[in-house]
Design a protein around this ligand. Structure first.
Ligand code: ADP
Ligand code: LRH
Length: 476
């Protein structure tokens, strides 16, 4: 039977890649065509994404990928480019770690109280939700807003749309109807006409423009297919699970830990625990919590002048466990800079030993991440009344065996780790489904379990010391 090729453009906060997936009825092969750094740039007015360099990386990647049957794009969530009435980009997209949203949420809540906002949108509080960014920006002169993957799709095809899974991170979507929340938008004076019409994963998103074909050397027509354009939606689609009794953790710059549900959980208790209800494929809800993730380690490694990560992790494995932990869910770690110092300060403030050497700080970070994973998996099960038997870990963090083992130990559950390039695989599978090579979400997952290397970690020790560490943090 025919094998088809799909290019998956996956832009993470730390790197972008163009992967090629070759899909047949019983085969799924992923290769890397091109990888490029995603380096945010600090200018006097704040922290910005270098969007032209990212688009250049996409074009280079498509050229390296060669002839494909379709292209799909996913990226980090919430951020956007603003266009004028003629479709010209107005300035560089602002980075979600930029400080311009400080204090904005409080202003929004004065108009729509936080509990009401949660009941209507199901979105956790994060200072960078698109809604708060829009209020901070005041939008003078903008005729159109395109989320990052939609902006790149527009540049590739000339067609504008707003893909639904990523739109669900704006805080302007009602997770029950899976459509715009007109009431919230109108009370906050946000014109929903700014957004292009909604697209769903699998919808056509145009053809590569002639100039793009010329620059990449591809022969047209090459269609672009809307995928789960939020990278986390694509990653969750590539969790190699069967059945329903599983939790997942997408580990990369962030850890996104939670459950796949049929319906949102919009209770006050869920809001207080800061769980989010983002939209997934096929009517699913991604019920999860954002944890600061390997960002904590990336920032330390940068501060230490980029030592070898493999050696650092070997040294960290020798440091005694759980000497000090920090709250890896704390938005205090969101901004860049001074990370080793900030971690030391948090340990000091909570009366714990202060980690000094890079190995000690690394161990503190990994213990803290595992503990935050445990807390999220445990609380999600309780709040959604949805018990699990296994935790799937996908994304770049699957390369970190120590983190995977600590996560199994902390959760007291087996961890199945892989695939590493989950977002790209989920992206490929949605394209394959649009072309009827894969039947549905379950069919795609089944193909993954048959074709992708996975590593299993059994929980070791008992969870008592993890529970004690959790209590220590809660009491701090
Ligand atoms: P994102 O998509 O958010 O940019 P990734 O999923 O690519 O992130 O994951 C990046 C993280 O993966 C890095 O921060 C690093 O901690 C981890 N990682 C990458 N390579 C290795 C490796 N060889 N060993 C251990 N960890 C690794
Ligand atoms: C991960 C991610 C996450 C969002 C954050 C802004 O890359 O998309 O799901 O919360 O970036």
């Amino acid at each position: 039977a025919a094998v088809k090729s799909y290019a998956a453009v996956d832009l993470g906060a730390s790197s972008g890649r163009v992967m090629v997936g070759r899909v047949g009825p019983d085969s799924l092969e992923l290769t890397e065509a091109h990888r490029f750094v995603n380096r945010p740039v600090r200018v006097p007015e704040g922290l910005r994404w270098d969007i032209l360099s990212l688009y250049g990386g996409v074009l280079d990647g498509l050229k390296a990928a060669g002839q494909v049957d379709s292209v799909g794009i996913d990226s980090w969530a919430v951020d956007y480019g603003l266009l004028d009435a003629d479709g010209r980009l107005l300035g560089n997209p602002v980075h979600y770690r930029d400080s311009r949203t400080e204090g904005v949420a409080e202003k929004v809540w004065a108009t729509v109280p936080a509990p009401e906002l949660y009941a209507a949108t199901g979105l956790q509080y994060a200072p960078f939700n698109t809604l708060y960014q829009l209020v901070a920006d005041r939008l003078t002169g903008a005729g159109r807003l395109l989320l990052i993957p939609d902006l790149l799709t527009y540049w590739l095809t000339g067609e504008q749309g707003t893909e639904l899974t990523n739109a669900s991170t704006t805080q302007l979507i009602d997770p029950r109807t899976r459509g715009w929340s007109y009431e919230i938008a109108s009370r906050l004076g946000i014109d929903l006409e700014l957004f292009a019409p909604l697209r769903r994963p699998g919808d056509p998103a145009g053809l590569l423009r002639p100039e793009v074909l010329e620059e990449t050397g591809l022969t047209g027509p090459v269609p672009v297919t809307a995928v789960g354009s939020h990278d986390t939606a694509s990653a969750v689609a590539a969790v190699p699970a069967s059945g329903e009794r599983f939790a997942y953790i997408c580990t990369g710059t962030w850890s996104l830990a939670g459950l796949e549900l049929d319906a949102p959980v919009l209770t006050e208790e869920s809001r207080a625990a800061n769980f989010t209800n983002e939209l997934g494929l096929d009517g699913t809800v991604r019920y999860l919590r954002n944890i600061m993730g390997l960002w904590l380690l990336q920032e330390c490694v940068r501060a230490w002048g980029d030592p070898d990560l493999g050696e650092l992790l070997l040294e960290a494995a020798k440091v005694p466990a759980l000497r000090s932990v920090v709250d890896a869910g704390d938005a205090a770690f969101l901004a860049p800079g001074r990370m080793p110092e900030r971690i030391a300060e948090a340990c000091r403030a909570s009366g714990q030993p202060v980690p000094v050497s890079p190995a000690e700080v690394t161990r503190c970070i990994l213990d803290s991440l595992a503990l935050a994973h445990r807390k999220a998996v445990e609380e999600a099960q309780r709040l959604a009344d949805h018990p699990v038997d296994v935790v799937y870990v996908v994304g770049g963090g699957t390369r970190n065996a120590l983190l995977c083992q600590l996560t199994a130990d902390a959760c007291g559950l087996p961890v199945v780790a892989g695939p590493t390039e989950a977002a790209a695989l989920g992206n490929v599978l949605v394209q394959a489904r649009a072309h009827e090579l894969v039947a549905d979400l379950a069919g795609g997952r089944d193909l993954l379990t048959r074709t992708q290397p996975l590593t299993r970690y059994e929980p070791q020790g008992d969870t008592v010391r993890w529970r004690a560490a959790q209590a220590r943090l809660a009491g701090a």
